[in-house]
Design a binder for this molecule. Structure first.
Ligand code: SF4
Length: 457
């Protein structure tokens, strides 16, 4: 068993019996569940909208090279610099070089899962650069020295009382502040950082190929401020985020808002097509776009898993997943948790080390049912299992169990041997890894053949 697999089992075992954790998650997800149907009402036919979005992403991913080159050509015309980063280290080194060139000691950052993926904050800290999260949820998580818990709502597992206590411990405020008072405290602290920051880093929800732009959608205005206020703006974005045309945003923005937070459209929606132009009054003097691969081309090369690159990171599959709701986001130990994380992490990292995530599913199909772009998530989880077996990374015990099962299925005589009691004892005594987390298997007292004979007497 890999180290990650043991850690996953240990952490999830603790979390599933944590009732307080479950209460908070159920409370927050119930609020999400209440608003999503309202957001969906804006679509005449929401399923058709999802199907269209899937088709657009299919086209974009099938032509990924061309779309990215179009984007590069267009945004370069406006003065932005595009950097292609094959690995996390490439991206980190490029960011560090830019920061050094700008004598940057403080930078502000808006919410971005890709920067989590490359562990940007830790890297900058090691290099003497203060990197401040400006999204409120991310700011809370940074104060608590925890990674995001959820791809859309990073502090979903914390109650307002938890946040008030955290601010009291870390910032010396009263432990009885209300959510709006806490927000004002964060706002005040963050404004100071904005004034100091030489560099602003953002992710991007979409890369728009035809106009050479990036689209950022958020609810707090911190993303817009991070790209417009500091003199240098760096965008770090995964190459799969491309959409062919700006007109596609008319579909993707409402879809992301509805499936992400139940809104019709997110409060701040920005399109950035380059640094400040000659006739413009504001915006950064320089803009860099780092296009990150970091394993995405492995997924692209895999015909079955390629579909997972359509993901727009709305988080709906996490909220719908019975496993995620019970074990929480941190048990996965991966940047991307929940069903989509379980699909892509083994491909982004290492199948042998991370295949256990593909088994962290009841295969109920709820994730596929709710996915904003109709990715067949539960089938991709099965594909991952299949690949892990093909690659020979299935455990010896698992191989033997399937061999035994196969010969029993092919030989009716074997199936009929012994009583139900004996079969239950045999399986429950030997399949310890199964019964450790599940109730004992209970075989029927009579075999199918016996029942059939009795019925036809
Ligand atoms: S896989 Fe689908 S539901 Fe899950 S985050 Fe991506 S787009 Fe949303």
């Amino acid at each position: 068993m890999s180290e990650h697999s043991s850690s996953f089992l240990a952490k999830s075992t603790i979390k599933v019996s944590d009732r307080e954790h479950r209460r908070k998650i159920n409370f927050n997800i119930s609020k999400y569940n209440a608003v999503v149907p309202v957001g969906k009402q804006q679509f005449t036919d929401v399923n058709l909208a999802r199907e269209r979005a899937k088709n657009i992403k299919w086209k974009a991913i099938e032509n990924l090279d061309k779309e990215l080159e179009t984007f590069e050509a267009q945004i370069t015309k406006k003065g932005a610099k595009v950097i292609w980063a094959e690995t996390a280290d490439d991206a980190l080194n490029e960011i560090l070089n830019i920061c050094k060139e700008k004598n940057c000691s403080t930078l502000v950052k808006s919410k971005s899962m890709v920067t989590e993926e490359i562990h940007l904050n830790k890297f900058l800290e090691k290099n003497g650069i203060e990197s401040i999260e400006t999204d409120l949820g991310e700011y809370i998580q940074q104060l608590d020295e925890e990674p995001p818990y959820h791809i859309v709502t990073p502090a979903m597992h914390k109650s307002k009382e938890d946040v008030a206590r955290l601010f009291a411990n870390k910032l010396g405020t009263s432990p009885h502040l209300s959510p709006s008072q806490l927000t004002l405290v964060a706002r005040e602290k963050l404004r100071e950082k904005y004034m100091k920051a030489e560099v602003g880093i953002t992710g991007a929800n979409f890369i728009i190929a035809d106009i050479g732009g990036i689209a950022i959608t958020e609810n707090e205005g911190n993303g817009r401020l991070s790209c417009a206020w500091p003199k240098t703006h760096i965008v770090v974005v995964g190459i799969e985020k491309v959409i062919p045309s700006m007109t596609d945003l008319a579909l993707f923005w409402p879809l992301l808002a509805t499936y992400g937070t139940g809104q019709r459209v997110t409060v701040y929606s920005s399109i950035v097509t380059g640094p400040r132009q000659v006739a413009e009054n504001d915006g950064p003097e320089e803009m860099y776009v780092i296009l990150l691969d970091n394993g995405r081309t492995n997924i692209l090369a895999n015909e079955k898993a390629r579909e997972s690159l359509y993901c727009i990171r709305c988080g709906a599959c996490l909220n719908a997943c019975p496993v995620y709701k019970n074990i929480g986001g941190h048990s996965y130990d991966a940047t991307y948790s929940g069903p989509i994380g379980s699909v892509i992490t083994p491909h982004l990292k290492d199948m042998g080390e991370w295949k256990h995530l593909s088994y962290a599913s009841s295969l109920c199909g709820n994730c596929t049912e709710v996915c904003a772009v109709k990715i067949n998530l539960h089938e991709l989880l099965l594909e991952n299992r299949h690949e892990a077996v093909e690659e020979g990374s299935a455990a010896f015990a698992e191989k033997m169990a399937w061999k035994f099962w196969k010969s029993a299925m092919l030989h009716r005589g074997l199936m009929n041997m012994g009583t139900g009691k004996m079969k239950s004892w045999l399986i429950n005594s030997f399949a310890k890894s199964w019964t450790k987390h599940r109730s004992d298997l209970d075989f029927p007292q009579k075999s199918f053949n016996q029942l059939w004979k009795e019925r036809n007497k």
